[in-house]
Design a protein around this ligand. Sequence first.
Ligand code: KIV
Length: 281
Amino acid sequence: MPNFITVQDIINRKNGPKIVMLTAYDYPSAVLADQAGIDVILVGDSLANVVLGLKSTTDVGMPGMIHHAKAVRRAVKTALMAVDMPFDSVSAGIDEALVHCQTMVKETGCDAVKIEWCDGCLDIIRAVTAQNIPVIGHVGLTPQTAEQLGGFKVQGKDALSAKRIIQQAVAMELAGCFCLVLECIPSPLAKILTSKLRIPTIGIGAGHDCDGQVLVMHDILGMFSGFRPKFVKQYANCSAVISQAMTQFKNEVQSGHFPDESNEYQMNDNELKILLKDAEN
Ligand code: KIV
């Protein structure tokens, strides 16, 4: 029995237990996520906002995603590791998109890529899965094209737009996605999608009927001071812990309490004597 999670394992989880996905963007946090038993670790393009201080997820490109994904790959031993394809890598047309997906897998060693719904995405997904690269789809509120959707708001609230999301989700499944992220849609719509699709659904702001849940690591840890949507649950207040430690460090350096003897290296008495003598001359 291999002791790592495969794409087939995720597909099999359609019938439970629930799939747990979490973002990670660097080595130490990915080690912790892997050790915590997270099933899928996603190097999300949310890293643009969360760790790079950029305005939009579209502001991160292939070099940035690859840089962070490589660090995460070094850490992840058990979870399935997926990487978001950045906006400019898939919006350049099918041939370039395919090359970018192949580059992402080759350079980072990721197990899957995630592609958000956008014009032309179905041809890209067909081409990428034909090359045996597993693809996670993403419908509903797709941050890369949020402007076209009227901004960061719940999608599919009326029957017409809900039907459009169902069509997109079914089309992504048919194109070859092995699971689907549902972002910021009403719970009843997510429930319909979850029973309609053969592949697992992983919700973020899509209610409890999905086959799994995903959140951004910095949101659950209380480490992101930007906008916090209603669907986020904060499980810790790491910002407060980190601030407190930094302030204490500053205070102890200034007061002379750090470093103390336990943090210092000593010298052999004889060697010190020689040194002091030499220093006198
Ligand atoms: O970029 C991201 O973090 C994501 C997840 C939140 C699904 O796409």
